[in-house]
Design a protein around this ligand. Structure first.
Ligand code: ADP
Ligand code: MG
Length: 341
C-alpha cells in the first residue's frame, strides 16, 4: 500500500509525463498578459517583438544550476522563480535600460512536481511583471540531473544613454545603492545549517533589481560607469577598474549595512569581510563626477532608496585600496566569488 502510493506520487510528480511538454508550455502561456510590443509571443518558432524607435537592444543571459547557484531545500520554488528573473533583470538595470522581453529555458528533473513548476512560473512572472516586462518564449526539456534554469532578457535604451563599465574617471565618487552583505550573510547562515534572520533571508532569496534607479541615473546622465553587484563589491568594482583603467580608494567605514547585518556581525565578527566580498545583493555600484552629488542625493530621496558614497576613483597605479578604521591605506584584493577559483 505504502509502496504503491509512493509510486503513484512519483508518477503524479513527474510534471512532464503528466501534462506533457506542450501542456506545460500552454499552462505558462495562459498566464502571460498581452503586451503591445509583442506581435507574436509564445507558440510559434520565434517571438516577434518591437522596440521603441531610436532605441537599441540590450541582451543578457543567466544560467542557474541546482546545487551550484541554489539549493531547492533552502528556498521555495516561488522564490527561485522570482530570483531567476531578478538576477537577469539586474543586468539591464546596470546598463540603464528598460527591461522588455524575457525568454525562459528550463531543464526539469523528473522528481519536480507540477505544483513546484507552477510555483516557479508564478514567481518568475510576478517578478517580470513588476519590471513591466513580458515572457515571450523559451524552451522546456527533461533533465536527467539537476534543475537548470536559463533566462535571457532583452531591454531597450537610447544608445547614447547606455552606461558601461568602462567610463569611470579619476576623481569620480563611487556610490552603492541600498545595503551590502545581506544576501551573503543569509547564505553563510544557511551553509552553517542555521536559520538566517528573516530580513537577510528575504534579501538572499528575492533580491530587488534596481531598474528604476539604473534608468534614472542613465536618463539624467549622472554616471560615468555602472555595474550590478552580483559577485561582491571588490570583485565588481574590480571589473569597473579593469575596464576603465583606474584605481580606487574605498572608505571602509562608509559601506552601508542593514540593521539586520549589523546585528548579525555583533555575534559573528568572523563574517566581517562580507560587505566587501559577499555577492548576490544585486545593488548598483556606480561612478559619478563630484558635481553630480546633490542631484544624486535628490534622486535617492525621490526613489526612497539610499545611495551612499563609499569612495573615490584614483589613478591606475594606486590599484584598489581601502581606508581602514585607523585612516590607514591598505591594498584590497579585487577578487570575490569566482566559479573557477
Ligand atoms: P521549437 O521546437 O521551435 O523550439 P518548442 O516546441 O520548443 O518550439 O516551443 C514552442 C513554443 O513555446 C515556442 O514559442 C517557445 O518559445 C515556447 N516555450 C517553450 N518552452 C517555454 C518556456 N519554458 N517558457 C516560455 N515559453 C516557452
Ligand atoms: Mg524549443
Amino acid at each position: 500500500m505504502h509502496k504503491l502510493s509512493a509510486m503513484n506520487d512519483t508518477h503524479k510528480n513527474n510534471a512532464l509525463k503528466t501534462i506533457g511538454e506542450f501542456g506545460l508550455i500552454d499552462t505558462i502561456s495562459r498566464q502571460v498578459h498581452a503586451d503591445p510590443s509583442v506581435i507574436v509571443g509564445i507558440g510559434d518558432d520565434c517571438a516577434l517583438t518591437t522596440i521603441p524607435v531610436g532605441h537599441a537592444l540590450l541582451t543578457s543571459k543567466d544560467l542557474l544550476i541546482e546545487d551550484v547557484h541554489f539549493r531547492r531545500c533552502w528556498s521555495s520554488l516561488y522564490q527561485l522563480g522570482r530570483k531567476s528573473a531578478a538576477v537577469n533583470l539586474s543586468d539591464i538595470a546596470a546598463m540603464g535600460g528598460r527591461a522588455q522581453h524575457l525568454f525562459l529555458g528550463v531543464g526539469l528533473p523528473e522528481d519536480l512536481a507540477l505544483s513546484d513548476i507552477e510555483q516557479f512560473t508564478r514567481g518568475f512572472l510576478a517578478e517580470i511583471a513588476a519590471a513591466g516586462a513580458t515572457l515571450c518564449g523559451g524552451d522546456t526539456c527533461r533533465s536527467t540531473g539537476p534543475l537548470m534554469i536559463s533566462v535571457t532578457v532583452q531591454g531597450t535604451i537610447a544608445p547614447e544613454l547606455v552606461v558601461q563599465r568602462s567610463g569611470a574617471q579619476v576623481g569620480d565618487h563611487i556610490y552603492v545603492s541600498g545595503t551590502l552583505g545581506d544576501s551573503a550573510l543569509a547564505l553563510a547562515q544557511l551553509q552553517r545549517g542555521l536559520e538566517p534572520d528573516p530580513y537577510l533571508a528575504q534579501r538572499h532569496h528575492t533580491p530587488t533589481p534596481r531598474l528604476q534607479l539604473g534608468q534614472e541615473l542613465a536618463a539624467r546622465k549622472l554616471v560615468h560607469a555602472m555595474i550590478d553587484i552580483s559577485d561582491g563589491l571588490c570583485a565588481d568594482l574590480g571589473h569597473i577598474l579593469e575596464k576603465s583603467h583606474c584605481g580606487a580608494l574605498i572608505e571602509r567605514s562608509t559601506i552601508p549595512l542593514s540593521p539586520a547585518a549589523e546585528h548579525h556581525l555583533l555575534h559573528h565578527p568572523e563574517d566581517e569581510e562580507v560587505a566587501l566580498r559577499g555577492g548576490e545583493d544585486y545593488e548598483l555600484l556606480f561612478c559619478a563626477a563630484p558635481q553630480c552629488s546633490s542631484e544624486i542625493s535628490d534622486l535617492a530621496r525621490q526613489l526612497g532608496l539610499s545611495l551612499t558614497r563609499i569612495g573615490t576613483i584614483e589613478e591606475l597605479a594606486h590599484g584598489l585600496q581601502q581606508l581602514d578604521a585607523k585612516g590607514q591605506r591598505r591594498a584590497l584584493q579585487a577578487q570575490g566569488f569566482n566559479h573557477f577559483g
